[in-house]
Design a protein around this ligand. Structure first.
Ligand SMILES: CC(C)(COP(=O)(O)OP(=O)(O)OC[C@H]1O[C@@H](n2cnc3c(N)ncnc32)[C@H](O)[C@@H]1OP(=O)(O)O)[C@@H](O)C(=O)NCCC(=O)NCCSC(=O)CC(=O)O
Length: 293
């Protein structure tokens, strides 16, 4: 289902750093050097587009929530993003490192709380991913790694979150409610470890089954928390689902009995970019927005 992916790492960079394309070779320093530059460099492009869409100035941003699983350093990518964007030094920054694919939703959830609890706040959310820490060659004994190498790609997404839009602001989505649930017994399903050879992750073959096994009660819970009644999950509901993998989307669709067009935005992003971890959800929101237009 993945037809195209985009990578920050060029052929030249890979040839210069063969330790990155080996399955296991000490390479953390080189990987981190590339991520130190790549994450803010690409994140800033997404942020500039989101801010120009929003139509206001960098000085109007009060908070910055940045997320990536591609790096880890201090001062963090948030600091460099703020500098490159010309945000005010008093901008309140929050950096989310190594929080995985669900971090796009985590960033949205946090930005909602920040916007609702700080009158006039305008929160810039930047989700930036480059595969510099996790790209590696195959190993016959590590299928979960190979699956990840086959579906993950690089992409960056950004948006501005606030409450009570002014006359010049045009809100595109409303964050009605946000929640997080930990599904018991899935702690070992997706594991990512930072080692001398970079990030080594393992995707369990049962991930699609775990997701589809809990999606019904999770959707019920979300609707309950949002105090929204949805008699038919196909009617008047738009679905923005993290494109984790084709198997995951297929199983969610069949478990919830969704019509084939309901996950079209997620499938389009999967086709054009692959699974881009925390930025995926912003890409799907953007796709949904364009499809709705
Ligand atoms: C990769 C796929 C598209 C392949 O789908 P297919 O229908 O082509 O094939 P399939 O599922 O039947 O799998 C083919 C064979 O590979 C095996 N297989 C599949 N996944 C495996 C894994 N992770 N580890 C070991 N083996 C695996 C299957 O058991 C099967 O073996 P046999 O033939 O012996 O039966 C799908 O399996 C999928 O979407 N998987 C989920 C990918 C995933 O984990 N995404 C989450 C990414 S992380 C993320 O999004 C969050 C984060 O990072 O935080």
């Amino acid at each position: 289902m993945v037809e195209k992916r985009h990578f920050y790492l060029s052929d030249e960079m890979l040839r210069e750093s063969p330790s990155i394309t080996a399955y296991s070779s000490p390479s953390l320093t080189r990987r981190q050097e590339l991520a130190d530059v790549g994450v803010p460099e690409l994140g800033v492009e997404a942020a500039r587009k989101a801010m120009s869409d929003w139509g206001k100035q960098a000085s109007d941003i009060t908070h910055l929530v940045a997320s990536t699983s591609s790096s880890g350093c201090m001062p963090g990518a948030d600091c460099e993003l703020a500098r490159l964007l010309g945000l005010r030094p008093s901008t309140k920054r929050l950096m989310l490192y190594q929080t995985g694919c669900h971090s796009g939703c985590t960033a949205l959830r946090l930005s909602k709380d920040l916007a609702e609890n700080n009158p006039g706040a305008r929160v810039l959310v930047v989700c930036a991913e480059v595969c510099t820490l996790s790209l590696r060659g195959p190993s016959a004994s590590h299928m979960g790694n190979l699956i990840g190498q086959a579906i993950l790609g690089d992409a960056n997404g950004a948006l501005v979150v606030g409450c009570n839009p002014t006359a010049e602001e045009h809100a595109m989505f409303e964050l009605v409610s946000a929640c997080q649930e930990t599904v018991p017994g899935t702690e070992e399903a997706l594991v990512s470890k930072l080692r001398e050879e970079g990030i080594v992750y393992t995707l369990d073959r049962d991930i699609p089954r775990h997701v589809s096994g809990s999606v019904e009660w999770l959707v019920e819970l979300v609707l309950q928390e949002a105090t929204v009644s949805v008699p038919d999950l196909n009617e008047e509901v738009f679905w923005v689902v993290h494109p984790g993998g084709r198997g995951i989307l297929d199983r969610i669709e069949s478990k919830l009995g969704l019509g084939e067009k309901k996950l079209a935005a997620s499938r389009a992003v999967m086709r054009q970019y692959g699974n881009t971890r925390c930025s995926s959800v912003i890409l799907v929101l953007e796709k949904m927005r364009r499809m709705s237009e």
